[in-house]
Ligand binder design. Structure first.
Ligand code: SF4
Length: 259
């Protein structure tokens, strides 16, 4: 990112985001570079999921999430966060100088000003990935950002929180992910893919078998799903999907934070 684009953002303050959604407009119209978000951690690592897996990436993990998935591996983001200004996040992203940024959580979109952060980073010419559960209205998302929507299966315990209207607002460059805990979850995902024609409306559909959870590591726990079983179901059904694992957990110890 060049200095010019950074300076142009500075001159854009105090208002650099507007939205037609009446509930968000009052919040976002008052957003400036001094506005704060609750941030759990930032780090530079290898992108572990999605069609960007394997790419170096700068991560911004926001605090908080309204869901409580059985297999959640980032519960620490619910209770550990500190305020950071948009200005400081932009400055850090600029110093890291990685063209790919992922905003994750927790549930990043649970903080309405996250939409302003997304817009700001898109304006600064970063490629911005958003990992969201799909339980928050995605319509205010900057159209340049790439959504990776993690639809919650019955096995997550949070299936009822899916905001299915969001599926109508996915763009062709977005991706949909399903974390699967069982054959029942797989059949549910297959039905969702077919009934909502997700393959033709998104760039990728990602199926992830839930990983074995460590005992006593802040995770409530649920049984792992055998990746080979999932692969065989996909092949038998000729599903137009991409099976994935969490690459970063193969590179580093699964409980390692900041990777
Ligand atoms: S949506 Fe994500 S961060 Fe929130 S509980 Fe589920 S897995 Fe954890």
């Amino acid at each position: 990112m060049g200095a010019a684009s950074f300076l142009s953002l500075e001159t854009r303050a105090p208002t650099f985001y507007t939205t037609s959604l009446s509930t968000l407009t009052p919040i976002l119209e008052t957003t400036t570079l001094d506005t704060t978000l609750r941030v759990n951690e930032t780090f530079y690592s290898i992108q572990g999921e999605s069609s960007f897996a394997g790419c170096p990436c700068f991560f911004i993990r926001l605090g908080g999430c309204p869901l409580r998935c059985h297999y959640c591996d980032t519960e620490y983001a619910f209770r550990e966060s500190a305020p950071r200004t948009l200005r400081s996040l932009l400055q850090e992203a600029r110093e890291v100088a990685c063209p790919l940024i992922e905003i994750t959580g927790g549930e990043p979109l649970a903080q309405p000003r996250a939409f302003a952060l997304i817009r700001m980073l898109c304006e600064a010419s970063f490629t911005v990935l958003i990992e969201t559960s799909g339980s928050i209205d995605i319509r205010p998302t900057d159209p340049r950002a790439i959504l990776i929507m993690d639809l919650k299966t019955p096995g997550s315990g949070e299936c009822g929180k899916n905001l299915l209207g969001n599926l109508e607002h996915l763009r062709p460059h977005d991706e949909v992910k399903f974390v699967l805990t069982s054959r029942e979850d797989y059949l549910w995902a297959r039905e969702m893919i077919e009934s909502h024609q997700l393959a033709s409306r998104t760039r990728a559909i990602l199926l992830s078998p839930v990983a074995a959870q460590a005992v006593g590591k802040e995770i409530k726990g649920c049984a792992a799903l055998d990746p080979r079983a999932l692969a065989e179901w996909i092949l038998a059904d000729r599903l137009p999907v991409r099976q994935q694992t969490q690459l970063h957990k193969h590179i580093w110890e699964p409980q390692t934070r900041g990777v």
